[in-house]
Design a protein around this ligand. Structure first.
Ligand code: FDA
Ligand code: PGT
Length: 452
């Protein structure tokens, strides 16, 4: 078997892995990135392809341009189940050609010295003395096996979690995804018969009948092309995602030219708080594999980029210290939790609440502005649902005169605040992780009881 040594091995070249590589490219470290897919398909995964502009600004990443950018976005329109209420949430973003942008980032990193092997899969970890020390790879270009030793492995394998799942199961980074903590999502990209009225707005349709525990989306990719799909909550025993897609497509995509479908496909979206730790000895987990997607809207590309960025920063520091233990890599946790993870924890609770609401409650809540557009935006941007908002909401809901889960909104806001506060006191070293984690778990189960 061939053997080689690298400072860093990145497994997976999607948004999280590519971003980690991009931020490591000028560090002088010897970096290898591998992906099972051929070059021209890296970044090609089922996705709605919408990413907020703020992520590129915050991380100093280049904007998508040319064929990487399909549509500039000015905001999101959110529709109630009965279609009677439309909320507009403004915010700049991009509807991207994900493979084109992803491959551009990889090319830039390659030009700066990162080695990239496509058609190459990490088959099993090298794990010694409690440390991840590399991986055994299989290269399908020449059918060779390579043993790669690395000081740090960045696990960016997406929702397959295909590398970390082969580590000893007592490591904290091997935590599993519960079926109910994910949405099953499916989308097609198709041309439309007529021009789309306003392609600068993404449309989201919330409806517990046509997409239970998720939503339908209609994301324009130019004047006459659209990414259309839906998510439904996993683990609920619902019919298959295709059943929902075929049954309700006419309702949301009556303008599609069914003869001109470009791509179709589905995948899982994690909708929970991030892994309790992204790092352990010699390893950092990023992106979907670390459950970094937004629990309420399922968008995970921006936060995959944040995780990749945080991983790169902590790797550089670990090399300065010559220490690749969990405590030395711990900064990746602090960086990610501050930038996105704490908000995810709070939004996971909000998601658990939203998924229990009936269409009638959502119609009522949106019509009466129990929560307003700006409150939803604040919740979604910061993970904060103001208590004053919830209190005002109570007075509106009281007028409803019948029992409603919406009455629990104040409790929801309180728990969201509590869990975010707990995330602000994230342990400063691995020794305190288990104690902190059990506090998080008890808030989540208390919350479930409170809204059941
Ligand atoms: P990603 O899955 O992109 O990359 C993982 C890579 O690892 C792959 O290229 C794979 O080949 C490789 N790999 C896996 N195992 C390997 C191994 N053992 N060896 C080598 N390579 C390996 N997000 C968003 O921001 N906006 C949106 O509109 C949507 N919409 C959306 C719709 C649908 C239908 C889904 C399913 C998901 C979304 N998302 C989304 C979520 C988003 O797609 C997702 O969060 C990110 O693409 C995750 O990026 P990662 O880099 O983590 O994984
Ligand atoms: C309810 C559970 C749903 C589960 C999810 C299921 C999903 C399926 C699949 C995936 C499709 C992905 C679509 C991605 C859309 C991207 C949206 C987006 O970019 O949102 C921006 C940016 O957010 P950010 O977190 O990336 O960045 C934040 C900031 O810029 C940097 O910190 C923000 O816009 C919004 O969040 C708009 C809100 C969308 C809300 C989604 C629907 C939820 C349902 C609400 C019902 C309300 C009823 C209330 C009644 C009381």
């Amino acid at each position: 078997m061939l053997k080689s040594n690298y400072d860093v091995l990145i497994i997976g070249g999607g948004f999280s892995g590519a971003t980690a590589a991009w931020h490591l490219a000028n560090s002088g470290l010897k970096v290898l990135l591998i992906d099972s897919k051929p070059w021209n398909r890296i970044g090609d995964k089922p996705c709605g392809d919408a990413v907020s502009k703020t992520h590129f600004d915050d991380l100093g990443m280049p904007y998508p341009e040319g064929n990487q950018l399909e549509q500039k976005i000015e905001g999101i329109k959110l529709y109630s189940p009965d279609n009677k209420t439309e909320w507009t949430v403004k915010g700049e973003g991009f509807e991207i050609n994900a493979p084109a942008y992803n491959q551009r980032i990889l090319r830039e990193t390659q030009n700066k010295g990162v080695e990239i092997l496509d058609l190459t899969t990490a088959m099993k970890p090298i794990f010694e003395d409690g440390f991840v020390k590399g991986a055994v790879l299989f290269n399908r270009r020449d059918n060779s096996q390579i043993e790669v030793n690395a000081k740090v492995v960045i696990e960016a394998t997406g929702y397959s979690m295909s590398f970390r799942s082969k580590l000893p199961q007592n490591l904290p980074v091997t935590e599993n995804l519960e079926d109910k903590d994910a949405d099953i999502a499916y989308r097609e990209v198709a041309y439309t018969v007529d021009d789309i009225e306003d392609p600068t707005y993404l449309k989201i349709f919330v409806n517990q009948e046509t997409s239970p525990g998720g939503y339908w989306w209609y994301f324009p990719k130019g004047k006459n092309k659209v990414n259309i799909g839906l998510g439904i909550q996993g683990g609920m025993g619902y019919p298959s995602i295709y059943t929902f897609y075929n049954k309700y497509l006419k309702e949301y995509g009556n303008d599609l030219d069914m003869k001109r479908i470009e791509v179709k496909g589905g995948a899982l979206v994690p909708t929970r708080r991030p892994l309790s730790t992204l790092v352990w000895n010699g390893i950092i987990v990023v992106g979907d594999s670390a459950f970094t997607a937004n629990p309420v809207h399922g968008g995970g590309k921006g936060s995959a980029m944040i995780a990749g960025y945080c991983a790169a920063k902590s790797v550089i520091k670990a090399f300065e210290n010559g220490d690749f233990s969990a405590s030395s890599l711990w900064d990746a946790n602090l960086c990610y939790i501050e930038r996105y993870g704490a908000k995810q924890a709070s939004l996971e609770l909000f998601r658990r609440f939203l998924q229990k609401l009936s269409n009638e409650e959502i119609n009522y809540g949106m019509k009466k502005k129990v929560i307003k557009e700006e409150d939803l935006l604040e919740a979604s941007e910061k993970g904060d649902l103001q208590l004053s908002v919830a209190e005002k909401a109570m007075r509106v809901i009281a007028a409803l005169g019948k029992p409603s889960l919406l009455m629990k909104l104040k409790t929801v806001a309180e728990y969201m605040k509590e869990i975010k506060t707990l995330y602000r006191s994230y342990p400063s070293n691995p020794e305190d992780l288990e104690k902190w984690k059990s506090k998080v778990n008890s808030i989540v189960s208390e919350f479930d009881n409170a809204i059941s």
